[in-house]
Each structure stands twice: as C-alpha cells, then as structure tokens.
Design a protein around this ligand. Structure first.
Ligand code: GH3
Ligand code: MG
Ligand code: MG
Ligand code: MG
Length: 348
C-alpha cells in the first residue's frame, strides 16, 4: 500500500532515509503527531541541503511548521529568539556550531520554556551518543534513520513539551493564587508588604523617596447592610479598579485587609503624593457605581506618608504613621487625604 503521505525523499550520499508503509499509516493526515493543538514549529539544522529538504518535506507533510537552518550558527541564532521553536532537530556535524555544542550552550543559558533537542547523527558509537546526551540533548536519531522512528521520537518530545506547558501553567496559577487577592485581583497583603520592603531597599540604594497610602472605604459597613454583601463585594472590586486606573505600571496597589488598600508609589515625594492621593480620592468618590443600585456613591479616607531614603524608618513604622494619618482623616470628616511626614509631624 502506498499512502498519500509518503514523501518523495531526496537521498544524498550520507543520508539514507528508509521508509516503511506502517510508518505513514497514522501520519499521512497532516495532523501534528502527539498534539491536537496548534501547529508545532520544529527547527531543523542540517548542513546537507538534500537531507535538510527531505526532512523538511516529511515534517511539513506530518503537519509541522519547519524552520530550516543550513548551519549551526543560524540554528543558534534562531533558538535564541523569543518565539524560538520549542523542538529542534540538530545535525551532529555542521559548520558554525555542532549539534552537541548547541545543546551545551542552550542548556547553559537555561530559561523557560524548555527546548526539546533531538540530535541527528550518523555516529553509532555508544560513547558518542552518551556524549551527545550529556551535552544536553533529550534524544537522538541515528542516520540513516527510518521515518517511523523519527515520528515516534517526535511524539515523545511533544509529550514532554505538553507536560512542561501544563506544569508552567499550573505553577503560574499557584503563583497567582499565592500573590493576588481573589476578590479584587490586586496584590494581597503579603505581596504588597514585600513590594514595600523591596522598594524601601531600592530607595536607600538609589536615593528616591516612596509615597505610601493607607486607604479605607468610608462607612462601608452600611453598603453591606443596605445593599447586601454581593453589592459590597462589587464596590470593593470597583474601588480596586479605580485605584489601579490611577497609578503607573510600576506602582503597587494591594488589598491590605477587608476594605483597606495599601498603595506604594516609588519615586513620589510629598508634593507628588498629595496630588496623586487627591486624584485617587476623587476617582473613588466620582460617579456612582453602575452595578450597585440606587446610585450609591462611595468615598474613602487616605492616610499618606513619604519614606525618605536617608531616614531610618522601618516598614512597620511607615504603616503605623500612614495608619495614624488615616485615623485623623476619618476623625476630621472622611473622604479626605491627610499627609503625615515621619520626621516633621502632620503637614496637613
Ligand atoms: P469607617 O468609615 O469608619 O471605615 O466605617 P466602615 O463601616 O467602613 O468600617 P467598619 O470597620 O465598621 O466596617 C468595615 C466593613 O467591611 C465590615 C465588613 O463586613 C466589611 N467587609 C470586609 N471585607 C469585606 C468583603 O470582602 N466583602 C464585603 N462585602 N464586605 C467586607
Ligand atoms: Mg552535517
Ligand atoms: Mg477598615
Ligand atoms: Mg471603612
């Protein structure tokens, strides 16, 4: 039986491709073996043009997208691009860099996601194969190879890459859960405190101040009491969105507790902080939240302070000072900003 998937193979003096009918039985459909997902890109680095073209034709027939490279230097360049193919078939002997050299360099570089490396070699000596694997190759195919073997080895590589992608996704999800507040999507308390600590260390190194805001929604209990907890949750989410919308990408906004937020503004001095806090206050108090009935408006009180790089104020002192300023904002009428300097007392 001859299937439509059987490639016409160019044969050069060094490479003899052997095919058997069964090796095409499951792979002539144009599907990417081992993966029902989007087309997988495979890099082929092979200096023999006939051999490279033949291999390319087979892989395209199997549904892969191919990035062909005529030598080791071109392959090395391609593999360092941000969207480099995740699977590479590398000839052992090539001008520029050899297959094992590329394996070694790529593994030394590390980084994620993982690149699955398959060495293509006419060497059959066991010691050579061991050296190739030790250089960082995941697998090898010896020349002349048959297509069935290549096919199953590619599928094995695909399985590893799929598993790795799942692992990365799961890790990312865990990281998200561990660092973000699930209701608002803002940093959680631990993360925003870590950000403040990190920024404080940077401030001491680089000599720039940090603006710190402790924010508490006003009479929030009444929102729950009058509109229910779900409406209260929506108000919290919206307050978070409005705070996020009024900061720069390198500022930190976290949910410190129930209806309290902590904002860290690197590089912000007293004058800047006063203006930034005022615009955040106005953003929260601005037009009623659409999703909450009866045109509810919400406001927040702000306790503000600045960390000066030359001062020896600790993170817990900063929080305490911002808290005291917040307390004063509450007791002087709410919906306002009170700025307190750790060194020279209340500025407001
Ligand atoms: P003040 O202006 O003095 O801050 O008054 P307040 O009512 O905001 O303060 P209080 O501390 O009395 O009430 C805070 C309320 O926040 C009580 C609590 O049920 C509510 N709260 C805390 N976390 C959540 C939450 O995740 N969802 C909802 N819906 N409510 C929350
Ligand atoms: Mg070669
Ligand atoms: Mg509170
Ligand atoms: Mg409150």
């Amino acid at each position: 039986m001859t299937t439509t998937g059987t490639p016409t193979l160019a044969v050069d003096s060094r490479t003899r491709y052997t095919s058997d009918e069964t090796c095409f039985a499951g792979t002539s459909t144009g599907q990417t073996p081992g993966s029902g997902k989007e087309t997988m890109r495979i890099l082929i680095a092979e200096d023999s043009a006939p051999s490279r073209l033949a291999l390319e034709r087979v892989l395209v027939k199997w549904g892969y997208e191919v990035v062909p490279c005529r030598d080791g230097s071109a392959a090395w360049e391609q593999l360092q691009l941000p969207d480099a193919p995740r699977l590479a078939i590398l000839d052992w002997m090539m001008p520029g860099y050899s297959g094992p050299e590329i394996c070694r360099m790529l593994r030394a570089k590390g980084g994620e996601p993982y690149t699955y490396l398959l060495l293509l070699t006419s060497k059959t000596l066991k010691e050579d194969l061991i050296a190739g694997m030790e250089a960082g190759a995941d697998d090898y195919v010896t020349k002349p190879f048959d297509l069935h073997e290549l096919n199953v080895r590619l599928r094995a590589g695909m399985r590893i890459l799929d598993l790795q992608a799942e692992l990365l996704e799961a890790r990312e999800k865990l990281r998200e859960q561990a660092t973000k507040d699930s209701l608002t999507g803002l940093w959680n308390r631990r993360s925003i405190m870590e950000i403040l600590e990190r920024e404080q260390a940077r401030s001491q190194r680089e000599g720039a101040p940090i603006g710190v805001l402790m924010i508490d929604l006003d009479h929030f209990k009444q929102v729950n009491d009058c509109f229910g907890h779900l409406a209260g949750d929506e108000v919290l989410r919206e307050a978070g969105r409005r705070l996020l919308a009024s900061v720069r990408p390198y500022d930190g906004v976290g949910r410190y507790g129930g209806e309290e937020f902590l904002v860290v503004l690197p590089g912000c001095d007293e004058a800047g902080l006063r203006a930034r806090a005022e615009s955040m206050r106005a953003a929260i108090a601005a037009p009623p939240l659409e999703k909450v009935s009866q045109g509810l408006t919400v406001s927040a009180s702000f306790g503000a302070t600045v960390f000066m790089p030359q001062s020896a104020v600790s993170v817990s002192d900063l929080i305490r000072i911002a808290d005291e300023a917040l307390y004063e904002a509450k007791h002087t009428g709410r919906n306002r900003v009170v700025l307190r300097s750790p060194l020279i007392g209340t500025l407001r």
